[in-house]
Write a protein that binds this ligand. Structure first.
Ligand SMILES: [Zn+2]
Length: 367
């Protein structure tokens, strides 16, 4: 079944992990053998051939570059202008993928409709009329998003980004931020963050509330009355950590008709995970574990209307931190069968796999 993934840091993986995502997964892993500079070397789960095998024909793909002040121990760039340049390098990679026919940028409603039709009704191959296998030879669509706004040097850069196709933005990532503190930090939006959110509304950029602190979450939603989503977020009632949303936050997102993308980063799926220490084997985390999070949101909402996928399976971790039964992003396709076994109707499953994202994107993208 056609699948939309609401969160993949594809260009970060290409530039910082030096992965050629056009190559087969086994080859990308093989090329990293013996490397130890990243914890997931040789364990990545996402390449374009695997996305096509899993019928992931559309994703929300990020630019991401953090600014770090002298006292910030997180990895990042030492000036906002350097962070900006990093995101522009990431954009250059997306453009090169477009030139090769590997990707296509979705910027508006018409582009979305055309791309969804292409994946749902692939053209016959050749005279024999034999149809393509799903995804074969098709470009992967992407809606451009920015994860963490540090690289927006000042507000005029946001307008330039919109012109490059930026359609969604999450003001925060991990730690302190120039516009908003994020995961692991505390406090509300900065003065610049409040201006940023207003400028996003003016331009028509979707607010991605993922990674916002609790304070910034409520503040941003007060300031912003446009379309909202949480691209990759799980449930705090199941995994108690500020990175997940509590029920009040989830209810507000439901009230705002947001989409909440279920994330497959294992530490966000099961409680008590210590990153770098806990293993999937110790916890028994499986793909099905995510259905507990989806169920929780469905119960709060009274329907599956707000649930979708935002796997983050290109988020700088690999099989050391994914469900036991997931070796490739293509394994997300098994959700159809798992959801059916858990009692979800055909309409619910279609919604979670793609239709809920399509509905929201159709509303949020410009004409
Ligand atoms: Zn993230």
């Amino acid at each position: 079944m056609f699948l939309i993934d609401g969160h993949l840091d594809l260009s970060m993986n290409a530039l910082e992990w030096n992965r050629d995502l056009t190559r087969p997964l086994a080859e990308v892993r093989q090329r990293e053998a013996g490397k130890t500079d990243k914890k997931d070397r040789g364990r990545g789960v996402c390449t374009f051939p695997e996305m096509r095998r899993g019928q992931i024909g559309l994703c929300i793909a990020t630019q991401i570059a953090r600014y770090v002040a002298k006292d910030n121990p997180l990895p990042g760039w030492h000036a906002p202008e350097i962070a900006w340049a990093q995101t522009q390098g990431q954009l250059a990679w997306y453009r090169a993928m477009e030139d090769r026919g590997q990707m296509v940028q979705i910027r508006d409603k018409a582009g979305l409709a055309q791309h969804v039709a292409l994946w749902q009704n692939p053209l016959p191959l050749g005279e024999g009329g034999d149809r393509r296998s799903p995804g074969e030879g098709l470009p992967i669509g992407y809606v451009l998003s920015l994860e963490g706004a540090d690289s927006i040097v000042e507000l005029s850069y946001l307008e330039r980004s919109y012109a490059s196709g930026l359609r969604a933005l999450g003001p925060a990532h991990y730690g302190p931020g120039r516009y908003s503190p994020g995961t692991g930090a505390a406090g509300g939006l900065t003065a610049a963050g409040r201006e940023l959110v207003k400028e996003m509304r003016r331009l028509g950029i979707v607010l991605d509330v993922t990674h916002l602190t609790d304070e910034a979450f409520w503040e941003a939603l007060d300031l912003y009355d446009g379309p909202v989503w949480a691209s990759h977020n799980n449930v705090r009632a199941l995994v108690p950590h500020q990175r997940q949303f509590n029920d009040d936050q989830l209810k507000e997102l439901i009230r705002r008709d947001a989409i909440i993308g279920a994330a497959f980063d294992a530490w966000m799926m099961v409680p008590g995970w210590v990153r770098g220490t806990t293993t999937p084997e110790q916890t028994g985390v499986k793909i099905e574990t995510i259905v507990d999070h989806i169920d929780h949101i469905c119960q709060l909402a009274g329907s599956s209307r707000h649930c979708a996928i935002g796997s983050d399976l290109d988020g700088g971790y690999g099989t050391e931190q994914t469900p036991l039964d997931l070796d490739s992003i293509a394994d997300l396709q098994r959700l159809t069968e798992i959801l059916a076994r858990r009692g979800y109707s055909a309409a619910d499953i279609t919604g979670i796999m793609h239709a809920n994202w399509i509905r929201k994107l159709s509303e949020a993208l410009p004409a």
